[in-house]
Design a protein around this ligand. Structure first.
Ligand SMILES: Nc1ncnc2c1ncn2[C@@H]1O[C@H](COP(=O)(O)OP(=O)(O)OP(=O)(O)O)[C@@H](O)[C@H]1O
Ligand SMILES: [Ca+2]
Length: 590
């Protein structure tokens, strides 16, 4: 049972891999795949004022306490001090981890103390639509409740009407100051920083002396802004370039704001700085959401980066791309990627950072979380597809030739040259051994220079028809000539003539197996010595054929051949090489 499940899983993965080979578009999530997952807070602003190491010590204690609460209580990460060392260990999502580390190491936060000093009344968990998380707390021995929000900076700023200065004074945000803070956020984003803001509000007691039990969403006071560096992983740029060269389009769909998204996209080569001017290549989730179906269909190909996207936008993107006939691969790590991963032709999730939901929704789990592995999957996918095509071409040649020869001979003379045992033998060696020989070809670099196959292209291409029909035609002509004129040409009896046909037929396939190694290139011997299995199989097939003709004469209804006859068989068969070579000069599209 377990074995069966394993086999099923293997088949599923192989077919997923094959689908990946024909992918025309990859939609990728930013943090999950392209960036480092090791974020760090590199900038900190208190309202409109930049905080450096020097002036950070001037922050008034009440403000610092509020910052500690904002970070320590409103988080899904955790800080624990292991018994073995005094250095706290911090865990959580990349964003949470970065913010917690900053608070612990730069702001001197003691997470336990903060937790003990307050009581959490209500939590609003982070959600990808609102892009913020919040808590409602009450300090011990106080009646008033306080709201803390943390989230995407410009969205939090929009809810704020005041800010705290260093001394702890609450000041109203003037229009100028708002513009200034907005430009701070933009500047951080342009440096490819992820910008998170904290906001706070104390709820006044209501008339009847009742306390507020809901999180406040307006008139907040801005506590601070942090910029998190989200570095591009090494190797991502090369991987993105490799995909491009392979004709696969890459789209980055991220929850980050448009400036950060752009900066990261440029950093990892999804956007080239000069193309950046084309404004249709970068859109925001809201714009995309409001496109009419026609508009979406028209613009979707141009979109390279989508910022501030919701899970629904990711899903919509995949659905429309599929409708347009693309084969879509999606990479992602978060729960917000799950619908898109499921909808995609092939979903790739991240093994380390990925949530269980994302992994469950995907076809392939990338264990090392590395985008460069996507290129490996693409390469192998193309290789599997290509090997299937080679085998098909080879098989069809054998079958077309055998069918026509036996059919024509049976209709014209009532006797078939290839007996049932011989046909079974041909099938056995060609199916099993041929499949093994051709399916074990390793991926080559050329595979990555071709255009993707896409959804509409037939499995048997015109190139394959050209190759297989020419070979089949040659074999049919030769073997039918042998059938009708063989006896007089060689001066032999019926049985020797039939053996000649059988032997020539098998050796034609052996030589044609070399032709099948490359459907388009003329050099069919490239990399031959590296594929030991191929050579071994060719050797085994030849030896078995000699045994069939020379030793198992009774079983195979054959007659031993002399040297001259062997030479003739091989000589005719080897002609399939020059024919295969010549035929590749005939141009065919597709
Ligand atoms: N833990 C968090 N607390 C508060 N805000 C957060 C948190 N994580 C992310 N954000 C904010 O939400 C935005 C989008 O994050 P989200 O995780 O929804 O997007 P995503 O599509 O997974 O992003 P990415 O493509 O970068 O992985 C971020 O830009 C950030 O401003
Ligand atoms: Ca993500």
């Amino acid at each position: 049972m377990k074995k069966m499940m394993n086999d099923n899983a293997l088949v599923r993965r192989l077919s997923a891999c094959e689908t990946m080979g024909s992918a025309t578009t990859i939609c990728t999530d930013k943090t999950g795949t392209l960036t480092m997952n090791e974020m760090k807070v590199t900038e900190f602003w208190l309202g409109p004022e930049a905080m450096t190491e020097e002036n950070q010590s001037e922050i008034a204690p009440p403000v610092l306490q509020l910052l500690h609460q904002a970070v320590g209580l409103n988080t899904t990460g955790s800080v624990c001090i292991p018994n073995s060392s005094p250095v706290p260990e911090i865990s959580g999502s990349p964003t949470e981890k970065a913010i917690l580390s900053w608070a612990v190491f730069d702001l001197g936060m003691n997470a336990d103390e903060v937790k003990q000093g307050c009581q959490i009344i209500h939590v609003e968990t982070f959600n990808s639509e609102k892009k913020r998380s919040g808590v409602l707390i009450r300090r011990n021995s106080e009646k008033a409740t306080e709201t803390h929000w943390k989230g995407a900076a410009e969205m939090i700023l929009a809810l704020c009407s005041n800010y705290y200065d260093k001394t702890g004074k609450v000041r109203a945000i003037s229009d100028e100051e708002r513009l200034h803070v907005e430009s701070i956020i933009q500047n951080m984003a342009a440096k490819s920083l992820r910008c998170i803001a904290f906001a706070h509000k104390i709820s006044e007691e209501e008339n009847g002396g009742q306390v507020h039990e809901k999180l406040e969403e307006s008139g907040l006071t801005l506590l601070g802004l942090v910029g998190l560096k989200d570095p591009c992983r090494p190797g991502v740029r090369t991987a993105v370039d490799a995909c491009r060269a392979a004709g696969v389009k890459i789209k980055m769909i991220t929850g980050d704001n448009v400036h950060t998204a752009k900066a990261i996209a440029v950093e990892c080569g999804i956007l080239k700085p000069e193309e950046d001017l084309e404004d249709e290549s970068v859109v925001e989730g809201v714009q995309f959401r409001n496109y009419s179906p026609e508009e979406t269909m028209e613009r979707i190909d141009k979109i390279r980066v989508m910022a501030r996207s919701s899970p629904f936008d990711k899903l919509k993107m995949v659905q429309y791309l599929k409708q347009k006939g693309h084969v879509v691969a999606v990479t992602g790590d978060g729960t917000n990627d799950a619908p898109a991963l499921k909808e995609a032709d092939i979903g790739l999730s991240m093994g380390i950072q990925g949530t269980e939901v994302a992994k469950e929704s995907s076809d392939i789990v990338i264990l090392d979380d590395n985008f460069t592995s996507v290129v490996t999957v693409l390469r192998w996918g193309r290789c599997v597809y290509n090997n299937i095509q080679k085998f098909l071409q080879f098989q069809l040649t054998v079958n077309v030739a055998a069918l026509v020869i036996n059919f024509v001979a049976a209709v014209s003379s009532g006797k078939v040259p290839l007996t049932a045992v011989q046909l079974l033998w041909v099938n056995l060696i060609m199916d099993t051994l041929g499949a093994l020989a051709l399916a074990t070809e390793q991926p080559t670099n050329e595979l990555m220079d071709k255009k993707p196959v896409g959804r509409t292209e037939p499995l048997i291409t015109r190139v394959m028809w050209r190759n297989l029909l020419s070979q089949a035609l040659y074999q049919i002509t030769i073997l039918l000539t042998l059938q009708f004129k063989g006896r007089s040409i060689f001066g032999v009896d019926e049985k020797v003539k039939n053996t000649l046909i059988f032997n020539t037929f098998v050796f034609c396939q052996v030589f044609n197996e070399f032709n099948a190694r490359n459907m388009e290139k003329k050099n069919i011997f490239k990399g031959l010595l590296k594929n030991k299995l191929f050579l071994a199989i060719i050797g085994i097939t030849a030896v078995l054929q000699i045994v069939m003709v020379e030793l198992l004469t009774k079983f195979a209804s054959t007659k031993r051949l002399n040297w001259g006859q062997w030479g003739a068989c091989i000589g005719i068969a080897v002609m399939s090489w020059p024919i295969g070579w010549l035929v590749k000069y005939i141009p065919v599209s597709g």
